[in-house]
Design a protein around this ligand. Structure first.
Ligand code: GLU
Length: 283
């Protein structure tokens, strides 16, 4: 069975872009050439009649580069200030580039509280639905400026999986600086083998996660990506982890080409998003 063929028919897609895929490593500033490709790829999916939600990192990194801080800010207050600057810049560029392709982008900033609070969660869900009905592309990030330690998602891998579950997406694509899942960390173990298909996201695969990321800018490592896979597949979405070095990979994934690791949806009756969020808040 060629599961990749089914990706062509996906209708509601969440695409998560890591900070390292959006910025120049040397300066931390936005890589505009790459962003143009990203926006063109997404616009073309919309032109095909698909609904696309983007979960974009980069607020803190872009803010920090704008201030010339050099590297990742350490203190929470500093991160929050950087996010206030960077998020606005990020959106300005997205709006401008999407407008060139006749698309409208909207911003949704979330915190854990958005998901935990019943009313907030319903509001967020309604907003997503309404934006998608209007053919607007929601661009999501954590509301880093106000989310303090207790309420933060922490990384956008988890956030993108939660968004997928919330809006009942049928596909989640995580684009970062890794090719997909390996049996071990390929940066440390040359024997590590690439895993192209995960039919059932179980403990065996969870253990392959490493709490590391090769990038200086992102937050999530393989472990958070596998946690995202557990949420997304459990909620009924397929998920692909692939390398965001070249965003043309998006149409190759959507065209059924064997890029990255595909995790098959495995909807679990016992999977309740709200129970999951509760665990995150009260571990
Ligand atoms: N929300 C953070 C930002 O936009 C990124 C979190 C992450 O790297 O996953 O800067």
């Amino acid at each position: 069975m060629d599961y990749r063929e089914y990706l062509k028919d996906k209708k509601r897609i969440v695409i998560k872009i890591g900070s390292s895929s959006l910025t120049h490593r040397e300066t931390g500033r936005l890589n505009l050439t790459k962003m143009e490709v990203l926006v063109r790829e997404i616009s073309d999916l919309c032109n095909q009649g698909k609904e696309v939600v983007v979960v974009s990192s980069g607020a803190i990194g872009v803010g920090s580069a704008a201030l010339g801080l050099g590297g990742k800010p350490q203190r929470v207050e500093q991160k929050q200030a950087c996010a206030a600057i960077g998020q606005a810049r990020l959106m300005m560029i997205y709006q401008k580039l999407f407008a060139e392709y006749n698309q409208t982008a909207g911003q949704i900033l979330m915190t854990k509280n958005t998901m935990v609070n019943h009313l907030n969660r319903r509001n967020a869900q309604n907003t997503f639905e309404e934006l998608l009905k209007m053919r607007v592309i929601p661009i999501v990030n954590e509301n880093d400026t106000i989310s303090t330690y207790e309420i933060q998602f922490g990384d956008n891998d988890t956030l993108s999986a939660i968004v997928s579950a919330l809006i009942r997406a049928d596909l989640l694509i995580l684009l970062s600086d890794i090719d997909g899942l390996f049996t071990d960390d390929p940066r440390k173990n040359p024997q590590a083998e690439f895993v192209s298909l995960v039919e059932n996201m179980d403990e065996h695969y969870m253990k392959m996660g490493k709490n590391t990321t090769g990038s200086q800018v992102g937050t999530g490592g393989m472990a958070t990506k596998l946690e995202a896979a557990r949420i997304a597949t459990g909620a009924g979405a397929d998920m692909v982890i692939a390398n965001g070095a070249d965003f043309h990979i998006i149409h190759r994934i959507m065209g059924g080409r064997p890029e990255g690791t595909l995790f098959l949806a495995n909807p679990k009756e016992e999977f309740y998003l709200i129970d999951y969020i509760d665990q995150l808040v009260n571990p």
